[in-house]
Design a protein around this ligand. Structure first.
Ligand code: KG4
Ligand code: ZN
Length: 353
């Protein structure tokens, strides 16, 4: 296993990412090209535009990942690529590149589930992390609580019935007039530090539902109403807001964040109780996905985990947001279990994928 060298390619949403990882977990290179400027300009991901942006940089991103690792494609053991979930136009850019490379250099190819990659990257950074364990996966499109029994064997304890938490962060950030040239989450986290988290009493979602599912649509509506009642104009960027206006925005940001994360805490608490009935031996809760790079989220969940006598495994922020390392590593995990496809034909027609 240690001799394996796998290239991972990720293009499911707005980041074009590639990385080379060794079977022993050594990260040989890591490259991410983000479309933040496009996002800021158009206020969200437009699939056709995102596809074009991926196509423009994919060759360069993959080449850079190989160069930084001091390798050529010839030295690779396999190519891993995200095949879903995500925007199909965007996924296709990565898959096409992976198949072309694998075909030309006669390499096996491993199709990767994006959320499994967010989860399993935790096993790269914490080598003691053995199955079974629990995972809370929080990103722009997903909110998942799972019990990971074994590689490829996951029990879903909870999911979102509407929006994911990252989506709620992004919308709230937009409505508060934050700088969207990076994604909304980090900007909102920063502003929340200036605010009073108790100042606005948003209600916690799904209190009456005694399950492990999530909902963020109602909280989004509450935020929207608070923005109206505080006379905040989202068209006015926060940099031009008066000091009183800025304070109101910070209070909304902090109050939103407190409740958004409290919802995670409550669901995790219950999920741990459920998971222990199925699998009493669990020792770890993994928290991963873009929102897991948030320091407040990490601190609050660390508290929940300690209270329940578990250990928190939260990858460093760069490995929580979309990246190629998680894809390469998940590829290694599958490859070692014999789960991969044979090399595609070298002369494969591009339209095939
Ligand atoms: O996993 P990810 O990079 O892409 C998806 O698979 O969706 O997650 C992106 C999401 C975005 O909604 C972004 O705003 C959020 O993660 N995010 C954050 C932070 N950093 C990224 N949310 C809150 N606080 C952060 N520091
Ligand atoms: Zn993701």
């Amino acid at each position: 296993k240690d001799d394996l060298v796998v290239l991972g390619i990720e293009t499911s949403c707005d980041d074009t990412a590639a990385a080379v990882v060794r079977g022993n977990g050594e990260i040989l290179s890591q490259v991410v090209s983000s479309q933040a400027d496009l996002l800021a300009k158009y206020g969200g991901v437009a699939p056709k535009m995102a596809e074009e942006a991926h196509s423009q940089v994919i060759d360069q991103v993959v080449q850079e990942a190989l160069d930084k690792a001091n390798l050529t494609a010839r030295n690779l053991s396999a190519v891993a690529v995200t095949i879903g979930p995500g925007l199909s136009l965007c996924l296709r850019v990565g898959v096409r590149k992976a198949r072309k490379l694998a075909g030309s250099f006669n390499l096996p190819i491993i199709g990767i589930h994006h959320m499994e990659a967010h989860c399993l990257v935790a096993r790269l950074i914490e080598r003691e992390l053995e199955f079974p364990f629990m995972a809370l996966l929080i990103s722009g499109g997903h909110n998942l609580l799972i019990l990971a029994h074994d590689l490829g064997h996951y029990i879903q304890l909870g999911t979102t019935i509407d929006d994911a938490i990252g989506e709620a962060y992004d919308k709230t950030a937009k409505w508060l007039g934050l700088d969207m040239s990076r994604s909304g989450g980090p900007a909102l986290e920063e502003l929340a530090q200036e605010g009073d988290a108790e100042s606005i009493k948003f209600s916690t979602p799904m209190k009456q539902h005694r399950d492990c599912n999530f909902s963020y649509a109602g909280l989004k509506t509450q935020v929207r109403l608070a923005i109206g009642s505080h006379n905040i104009n989202p068209e006015i960027p926060i940099s031009s807001a008066s000091s009183q206006d800025r304070r109101s925005r910070a209070d909304i940001a902090a109050s939103f964040q407190r409740v958004a994360v409290l919802h995670l805490e409550e669901r995790c608490d219950r999920a741990i109780e459920w998971a222990r009935k199925i699998e009493p031996s669990i020792k770890h809760l993994v928290v991963s996905g873009g929102v897991a790079s948030n320091q407040y989220v990490r601190a609050r969940l660390d508290h929940v985990v300690k209270k329940n006598n578990l250990q928190l495994v939260c990858p460093p922020p760069k490995l929580c947001t979309d990246n190629g390392v998680m894809v390469a590593w998940t590829g290694i995990e599958h490859f070692c279990m014999g789960r991969f496809d044979p090399p595609p034909p070298a002369d494969e027609h591009e339209d095939y994928v």
